[in-house]
Design a protein around this ligand. Structure first.
Ligand SMILES: [Zn+2]
Length: 309
């Protein structure tokens, strides 16, 4: 096994988390997290620089010398392997050369990855996808995004934008999405959309998807909102399984914490809808919040040509 270490970071809209990992991806040599400033690109870069500094400071001098790169998982549109972030609105980056800018500050090569793509890669190698080489991992939280693993490789697409399932239009001229399109899937069944639907149904602003899950079986309005969301999600996933025929469907992100409350009715709805595609086993993600960091490490070791799990 190589003695190379990487700083693997996952930059979320709320927190930036980081670990120092070797290619075995076992116990981290160090870990840290910092709150992410909202929508301020410069401040976000400074936060990441500080996070890298904290991680390096907690290593002994020998291990510090083994660190060869920083891997960064980012919620946004990434320009291939250039390190340029075309758009990450929560982080305040628009056409920002994040890789180069950060590399100057931390004096290490910086590899920028799409957060969901690498989280799905981690679930494939280390979590709920282990044992299969063809799967789709769908992460449902504030938005919806997917990782496609085909033949053991995460599919980025020739234009590096594969997996934006949440922005597949599912309703012609439907609800407007902040992306500029109408009728996007995530406007109907993301955790945020489900919370908004329940807030409107019960007249309580701020209600969340968790409130819906907690009220199932006791408030018929929760039952109705949940059933409608499951129906939308099933229709969205029908396209995925019909087109790709994955051997496993992994559900991650905040909504997947609902477990069987989500999986069982979703599977029933898919079985009722599908006459062409075979509905694969549906399982929930296993790595939780560590998926992003582990995936960032996996993708970075691959860029460095260092064999890892
Ligand atoms: Zn959209």
């Amino acid at each position: 096994m190589s003695d190379t270490l990487v700083l693997a970071l996952d930059i979320g809209g709320t927190n930036a988390r980081g670990e120092v990992l070797d290619a075995g991806l076992g116990r981290p040599l160090a870990s840290a997290s910092l709150p992410t400033p909202y929508g301020d690109g410069e401040a976000t870069l400074t936060t990441i620089e500080r996070l890298c500094g904290q991680l390096m400071d907690s290593l002994d001098p020998i291990d510090r010398g083994r660190v060869r790169a920083v891997g960064l998982g980012v919620p946004g549109i990434i320009e291939g392997q250039t390190g340029v972030v075309r758009l990450a609105s929560n982080l305040g980056w628009v056409g920002t050369p994040v890789g180069d800018r950060l590399s100057e500050r931390v004096a290490l090569p910086v590899h920028v990855h799409h957060d969901v793509t690498v989280a799905g890669l981690a679930e494939h190698r280390l979590g709920a996808g282990a044992g299969t080489d063809d799967l789709v991992a769908v992460f449902i939280g504030t938005g919806i995004a997917a990782t496609i693993v085909s033949g053991g490789q995460a599919v980025e697409g020739g234009l590096h934008q594969a997996g934006e399932l949440g922005h597949v239009p599912i309703v012609p001229d439907g609800r407007p999405c902040p992306c500029g399109q109408r009728g996007c899937l995530e406007m109907y069944c993301s955790a945020r959309a489900i919370g908004h639907a329940y807030a409107a149904a019960i007249g309580r602003p701020g209600a969340t998807s968790l409130d819906v899950v907690n009220d199932l079986g006791t408030d018929p309005r929760a039952d109705a909102v949940w059933a409608e969301a499951i129906d939308w999600l099933a229709h969205g996933l029908m396209g995925v399984i019909t087109l790709l025929s994955p051997s496993r469907l992994v559900l991650g992100g905040g909504l997947s914490a609902a477990g069987d409350t989500l999986v069982v009715p979703l599977r029933e709805r898919l079985l009722a809808l599908a006459h062409v595609a075979t509905v694969p086993p549906i399982v929930t993600a296993q790595l939780g919040q560590r998926a992003g960091v582990l995936g960032s490490a996996l993708a970075t070791f691959r860029r460095l040509d260092v064999a890892s799990l």
